[in-house]
Design a protein around this ligand. Structure first.
Ligand SMILES: Nc1ncnc2c1ncn2[C@@H]1O[C@H](COP(=O)(O)OP(=O)(O)O)[C@@H](O)[C@H]1O
Ligand SMILES: [Mg+2]
Length: 510
């Protein structure tokens, strides 16, 4: 048997599937793309997460596009965090040219260009479905992370959430959060002191300043209602999985906002989706481009939470895929959990690069057919070293792969195509109205006004006496607040039915 025949046999033995799979490309040996060396990824293990790595321009984004396409064709929806804005082309058919037809012929797949169902989303000014979450839903841990708070300040935030939970003050947006912080150092100072002890005014001031900084980054667009229901990520259209592209081009320079946002989505999915058990295909796949932004800025505490969620979310049928330049951008504890590995070429410019290449090579199964570290630096564009998990959960043989070309457009949509896509969305009308229902800000303001009016009627002399009068009333004021707002709660943040989840964020389950 020739070396090539041996390789094809070796691949086939490692990829015996009873259930459905997608085709990523074909195997390459000694520079030749082999027919019959099809690289298949079983749908069954696509909830076991993955990594797409490689130097700039080696084909990571196109690989991501190909996998999302093939999943969509199999009815599996996906969410793409698009930091460079280069994925919108998924909505339009690709264009056949010699290069693409030649590549498809080598791989043994037909080139059948088509546009796929795409939903554009954003957390900022970009067009599309506005993804929002209320401050309550976001929870104290993520709020502290996004504001970069020290442990004393985190304590204040925890107190604010506890106070608002027990006194039924809905925290919807940053305006509410600021109002409650103001309340606990001013009008509510004595009541808070009785309930929780002294709160440091300096800490509150720092938090206030950081909230204002966050607002200047455009975060107030993200906080509030209508809060997004993650079940809306899981949709199909004409049997094809809907691809939700979250356009994040304008938050690249705000890594903290991005990492916290990503974690909030993961935790929300985790809290919301039911256990899936042993399924034939994933329920949803999430692709995170420029993943180093997520990990590079996370505190140790937060990293542990990300790791925990990634481990747990598998059982909900959700696969998470990280796209990044080198695998060393992803913490080892996360790397160890990744089933699919697609490694595009790496460049060996510096000693540090060479070290990363050796380390990367060690992370791949040993192959009698390749010298991994050599292949790593010599692969062409749109080629990658690939290993997946077969249906038994065993890594498939390492294969230098010629990745198929995307069937959708390899370029972005035009402005008018974007307008048309957004205009025909069913989710946009549902999520893009501004809602500002009564929340902590209004409730506290109104109560304070009422109190003021009452005291004016009593015709109290000086402001000092007024404060003195107000203090003993705080307890009844709070009781009053609870009574009234309880009845008024009609939105989704119904406190009695909410539980604090893994990140202390609210579950939106009803
Ligand atoms: N699978 C592929 N099929 C066809 N062309 C590809 C493929 N992968 C990469 N290319 C070509 O290489 C270019 C760079 O790929 P891209 O995925 O944007 O790189 P990266 O994300 O790693 O920076 C693409 O614009 C495309 O022309
Ligand atoms: Mg890219």
């Amino acid at each position: 048997m020739s070396q090539k025949e041996k390789f094809i046999q070796h691949l086939a033995d490692g990829q015996i599937y009873k259930k459905d799979h997608i085709i990523l490309g074909t195997g390459i040996l000694d520079g030749e793309a082999l027919s019959g060396a099809t690289i298949k990824i079983p749908l069954k293990t696509l909830n076991r997460h993955g990594l797409i790595a490689g130097a700039t321009g080696t084909g990571k984004t196109k690989t991501l596009q190909v996998i999302a396409e093939q999943l969509s064709l199999k009815g599996v929806p996906s969410v793409l965090m698009d930091l460079k804005g280069d994925l919108s082309g998924l909505a339009q058919p690709g264009h056949a040219n010699d290069f693409i037809l030649n590549r498809s012929a080598k791989i043994g797949v037909e080139y059948d260009p088509m546009g796929l169902p795409v939903e554009l989303m954003s957390i900022s000014k970009e067009k599309g479905v506005k993804l929002k979450a209320t401050v309550s839903e976001f929870g104290p841990v993520l709020i502290s992370q996004i504001l970069d708070l020290n442990s004393t300040q985190q304590g204040v935030i925890a107190l604010v959430f506890r106070y608002c939970d027990t006194h039924h003050l809905p925290l919807l947006d940053l305006k509410d959060l600021k109002r409650v912080l103001q309340f606990i150092t001013n009008e509510g100072k004595e009541a808070i002191k009785q309930e929780f002890g002294q709160v440091s005014a300096a800490s509150v001031n720092t938090i206030m300043r950081k909230i204002i900084e966050l607002e200047q980054q455009g975060a107030e667009r993200f906080f509030g209602e209508q809060s997004f229901d993650v079940n809306d990520f899981v949709r199909t259209k004409d049997g094809k999985g809907v691809i939700s592209i979250i356009r994040l081009t304008d938050i690249q320079s705000k890594p903290k906002l991005f990492s916290t946002f990503m974690l909030s989505i993961l935790s929300e999915i985790y809290e919301t989706f039911p256990e899936q058990g042993d399924a034939d295909k994933p329920k949803l796949c999430l692709f995170i481009d420029e993943a180093h932004l997520v990990f590079g800025n996370a505190s140790k505490d937060l990293l542990e939470k990300i790791e925990a969620i990634i481990k747990l979310i598998r059982s909900k049928g959700v696969g998470v895929y990280f796209c990044t330049q080198t695998p060393t951008d992803v913490p080892d504890s996360v790397l160890g959990q990744l089933g699919l590995k697609v490694q595009h070429a790496l460049r060996a410019f510096t000693a540090k690069d060479r070290k990363a290449i050796t380390k990367t090579a060690e992370n791949y199964p040993i192959s009698e057919f390749y010298k991994t570290s050599e292949v790593l630096t010599s692969m062409g564009i749109g080629e990658a070293l690939v290993t997946a998990l077969n249906e038994k959960g065993i890594p498939t043989p390492l294969a230098h792969t010629l990745v198929r070309a995307p069937i959708t457009r390899m370029d972005i949509l035009t402005a008018s195509e974007i307008d048309q896509l957004v205009g025909s969305s069913d989710l946009v009308p549902r999520y893009n109205q501004d809602v500002d229902r009564e929340s902590a800000f209004e409730i506290l303001n109104r109560k304070m006004d009422e109190l003021e009016a009452e005291q004016e009627k009593a015709n109290l002399p000086g402001p000092a006496a007024r404060t003195a009068r107000r203090t003993p009333q705080d307890q009844s004021l709070i009781e009053e607040l609870s009574k009234n707002t309880m009845v008024r709660q009609i939105g989704r943040t119904i406190f009695r039915e909410l539980t604090r989840g893994i990140l202390g964020s609210f579950s939106r389950k009803r």
